[in-house]
Write a protein that binds this ligand. Structure first.
Ligand SMILES: *[C@@H]1O[C@H](CO)[C@@H](O)[C@H](O)[C@H]1NC(C)=O
Ligand SMILES: *[C@@H]1O[C@H](CO)[C@@H](O)[C@H](O)[C@H]1NC(C)=O
Ligand SMILES: *[C@@H]1O[C@H](CO)[C@@H](O)[C@H](O)[C@H]1NC(C)=O
Ligand SMILES: *[C@@H]1O[C@H](CO)[C@@H](O)[C@H](O)[C@H]1NC(C)=O
Ligand SMILES: *[C@@H]1O[C@H](CO)[C@@H](O)[C@H](O)[C@H]1NC(C)=O
Ligand SMILES: *[C@@H]1O[C@H](CO)[C@@H](O)[C@H](O)[C@H]1NC(C)=O
Ligand SMILES: *[C@@H]1O[C@H](CO)[C@@H](O)[C@H](O)[C@H]1NC(C)=O
Ligand SMILES: *[C@H]1O[C@H](CO)[C@@H](O)[C@H](O)[C@H]1NC(C)=O
Length: 492
């Protein structure tokens, strides 16, 4: 890209035909032929220069026969003159003529070092106010003189380049032919300062004239376009190349700085890219880390979910256990209650047993009492009977206790027979008692039952005793049996 534009630029700059006519031609010089008609003649506007002027030009002398006449390159002639002079301005290339108002001034001594065929810079200035006239050669003020002040140039004169006018606008002669080269001939409407002249003389291709452009009254560019007579041709001074080279240098400098800028930009861009790459890398790393964190987060979530499941399971298990404990406690309470109840039952039954035992004891005592009663009754009956049978019978009540041991020792053999006899006796006694009671033969006074309220009362008591005995047997049979006076407990 840069190479292409550079090539394009140089193509434009190095090829003058492409530039505008004005631009390219201003760097040309005019080469005058050696014949009389080889000159330029025209009528410039001299009004701005009437009171003060400076004329400067680069001059190259060509004539070798300078001894013959004077090779004049500038001649301004007006139809009439204040001073009666014909050439108001006349300059020759060897320093012989430096005239203003035809006032002769030969400065050839100062021009000796100027060799033919080389360029030199020449300036001539005049100031009407002071009347001062100066001549500069290659930037140096070589001579100065004072003319009559207050004079002014005539307008409507002819300006001839390349010869000397001997008549108004004519009279060119062979010995006054210039035959050299002129470049950058300009008329300034001021008296230039020596510094400005010096600057101008420094280089043929300098652009100082351009900086003084507004002071230029007759421009070199305009002179180049004036019609020429004879053989007057434009030649290149090389200033265009210098100019182009200069421009090229400027462009190159700009290009260099642009390239520098580009390089710096590229460097910046590279560093930016590096930075971006670094940032991208960091970002990638961060993204990776983020991914890792996310992955770990997912793992954690899964683990957490697992843990939650575990916790839920544990919770469910705990609930189940709590439920079981509750049930167990309820069961335990129930069992405790049952136990308490059983204990109470047991205590109650124990009490009942105690009560039953006590009752039994009482019954036994009662039974014994009854049995003794029965025995007594039997004895009473016996004595009753004995009284009935044998009135002399003595009740053996008193013997009863003393004879008990004897009765027992003899019970082996007496008892069975006795029992049989007693049985028979008992049955018959009972039958007799029944019949006796029926016949009321038992005397109250003699009857052992006389303590009883009545005979029927006695019987009732015996009956009651029997029935109570039976009742007891029946009531308590659920709990115990009475066998031979021993009690066996059931189901306590
Ligand atoms: C001419 O040249 C010589 C030597 O190069 C020098 O000494 C002399 O001053 C010069 N003269 C002028 C008028 O420039
Ligand atoms: C003429 O010279 C005088 C005195 O040096 C100066 O003041 C004046 O500006 C000059 N005129 C011009 C047009 O240069
Ligand atoms: C432009 O750069 C080149 C190469 O660095 C250098 O040779 C040249 O002198 C530079 N030109 C200017 C005008 O700086
Ligand atoms: C960043 O990641 C993208 C996509 O994976 C990849 O194309 C790029 O080369 C990575 N950049 C760096 C600097 O690692
Ligand atoms: C069982 O008895 C004990 C002691 O008498 C008492 O502390 C407890 O509360 C009772 N249990 C029930 C269930 O009634
Ligand atoms: C014991 O038992 C009897 C009859 O079964 C009942 O009436 C009584 O209330 C009971 N006593 C206790 C302390 O349980
Ligand atoms: C049962 O009787 C025994 C002996 O008489 C006594 O020690 C015990 O305390 C009694 N039990 C109850 C519950 O009354
Ligand atoms: C009473 O005694 C007599 C004579 O011993 C006897 O015959 C009778 O059966 C006895 N009566 C009763 C009820 O025991």
């Amino acid at each position: 890209m840069t190479k292409i534009s550079l090539t394009f630029l140089f193509t434009i700059l190095l090829n003058p035909t492409r530039s505008s006519d004005h631009d390219s031609r201003r760097y040309n010089a005019l080469k005058f032929g050696n014949r009389v008609p080889d000159h330029i003649i025209f009528k410039p506007n001299m009004e701005p220069l009437q009171n003060t002027f400076t004329v400067c030009s680069w001059v190259k002398s060509r004539r070798t026969d300078a001894t013959i006449g004077a090779p004049c390159w500038l001649s301004y002639a007006a139809p009439t003159s204040q001073t009666g002079a014909f050439n108001e301005i006349l300059v020759s290339d060897n320093g012989r003529y430096n005239f203003v108002f035809d006032k002769t001034w030969d400065l050839r001594s100062s021009f000796r070092n100027i060799t033919s065929g080389t360029w030199y810079h020449y300036c001539l200035s005049w100031n009407s106010t002071t009347g001062t006239q100066n001549v500069y050669l290659n930037g140096n003020l070589i001579r100065s003189r004072s003319l009559e002040p207050g004079l002014s140039l005539q307008t409507d004169g002819y300006l001839v380049l390349g010869n000397d006018q001997s008549s108004y606008g004519g009279g060119m002669e062979r010995h006054d032919v210039f035959g050299g080269e002129l470049y950058k001939l300009n008329f300034f409407s001021v008296e230039l300062r020596s510094l400005e002249v010096q600057e101008m003389s420094r280089s043929m291709c300098s652009e100082v004239e351009n900086t003084l452009d507004e002071l230029r009254s007759i421009r070199w560019e305009e002179i180049l376009s004036v019609p020429r007579t004879g053989q007057v041709s434009e030649i290149s001074t090389g200033c265009s190349c210098v100019k182009i080279e200069e421009m090229g240098r400027v462009v190159e400098g700009k290009l260099n700085s642009t390239l520098d800028l580009l390089e710096r930009s590229e460097e910046r861009s590279r560093s930016c890219q590096r930075e971006v790459a670094g940032k991208e890398e960091r970002m990638n790393k961060t993204l990776e880390e983020l991914g890792e964190v996310q992955r770990r987060g997912q793992v954690c979530e899964t683990e957490l979910a697992g843990r939650v499941d575990e916790i839920n399971a544990v919770r469910a298990e705990t609930e189940r256990l709590e439920e079981a404990i509750k049930i167990y406690q309820a069961d335990s309470d129930k069992k405790s209650e049952q136990l308490n109840k059983t204990r109470a039952d047991s205590a109650n039954k124990s009490q009942q047993l105690n009560a039953t035992r006590n009752k039994l004891q009482r019954l036994r005592e009662e039974n014994n009492e009854l049995r003794r009663e029965l025995d007594r009754t039997k004895k009473d009956n016996e004595s009753c009977w004995a009284e009935l049978v044998n009135p002399s019978y003595q009740p053996a009540e008193t013997l009863e206790t003393s004879k008990e041991e004897e009765v027992q020792t003899r019970s082996y053999y007496i008892l069975p027979i006795g029992w049989i006899l007693a049985g028979i006796f008992f049955v018959t006694t009972c039958l007799s008692l029944v019949s006796l009671f029926a016949k009321r033969k038992c005397s109250r006074t003699k009857c052992p039952c006389k303590n009883l309220e009545s005979k029927s009362g006695c019987k009732e008591e015996m009956m009651t005793m029997d029935s109570s005995k039976l009742m007891l047997k029946k009531d308590q049979s659920e709990y115990f049996d009475i066998k031979n006076d021993e009690i066996e407990l059931h189901d306590l």
